[in-house]
Design a protein around this ligand. Sequence first.
Ligand SMILES: Nc1nc2c(ncn2[C@@H]2O[C@H](COP(=O)(O)OP(=O)(O)OP(=O)(O)O)[C@@H](O)[C@H]2O)c(=O)[nH]1
Ligand SMILES: [Mg+2]
Length: 340
Amino acid sequence: MPANLTPAYKAAEGHYRYAKDPAERLDALKEMLRTIPKHKGTDHLQADIKAKIKELTDELAGPKKGGARTGPETAIRREGAGQIALLGPPNSGKSALHAATTGSHAHVGPYPFTTQYPQPGMMPVHDVAIQLVDLPPIAVEHPVSWISNALHSADGCLLVVDLSMPGCVERVIALHELLAERRIELIDQWPADSGPDDESSSDVDLFTKVLPTLLVASKADRLVESGDELAVLKELAEVTYPCMAISTETGHGLDRLGTWLFDRLGVVRVYTKIPGKDADMGRPYTVRHGATVLEVATLVHKEIATDFKFARLWGTAGFDAQQVGRDHLVEDGDILEIHA
Ligand SMILES: Nc1nc2c(ncn2[C@@H]2O[C@H](COP(=O)(O)OP(=O)(O)OP(=O)(O)O)[C@@H](O)[C@H]2O)c(=O)[nH]1
Ligand SMILES: [Mg+2]
């Protein structure tokens, strides 16, 4: 981290970090470039910001320079209890998995490079849903210029590999190299794995996207000796991610995939009630492990959060209708009655 960064610059960085969409991100980047102290110590950072501005400008301008924007969106707005990207080599079964778990009509083809644009879909888990984003394959023959923008809002990814495919290991190694060039780093730690004080993943630089990764071995119906191929992949591609085998043909592993993601993302469901009425058990709000009562209030309504007085809580800890303050940590299954 270069020295002598001003409060104005730091504020701009904050705007970048919390920008909701590519347009807001671009504004924040320009603000960063305006406010960054111009000296030798910030040369690298200035270059990074300029590169990112160029990338986002191209992305927002669309495929044709100067022309009208054509083609589908490449950045998908985050929805539901978490956003999970589907990454993998060509023809590995990403779209089939997407279709089977979200009910989408993602195009499945017996040949590589079927998918060209991101496609969102919602995978139901318990009484909430996790968003899955189907993506084009990551391969040398077919660079995807907008991939880092598409992954910006993802909470994690499924690295979908077909272990029965010749060259699978080389494909996975190439994929890691391509992602590294775009400063996307896949890691084996998921939010629920780290302790309360473990902030390791937030220490990386602003322009590196760190994605918790689950290795999904697809087409399990075809794998005879999957154990061997998986061991080879782990060794040669130096893969340490948690693994799961699935099949869209037999449905093997599909239910478990949803609950696994729910648990590892640390999803916390909070139900709300109005004083004197029964709780609304139909649609929980979702936050992450470690979230406070105030964060839930913000999801319910901005004004309710601003005027927050106290809340009553029915949950696993404490007693029924316990009065709690804004900083109280919520647990999965809590019922909140917010008083503002
Ligand atoms: N036997 C079997 N075949 C599968 C399974 N899942 C996908 N396939 C087949 O694998 C081929 C590729 O599937 P897709 O889902 O299109 O693969 P993709 O990873 O989205 O491919 P790209 O979009 O080109 O990257 C198709 O012929 C599918 O029918 C599975 O679980 N079992
Ligand atoms: Mg596909």
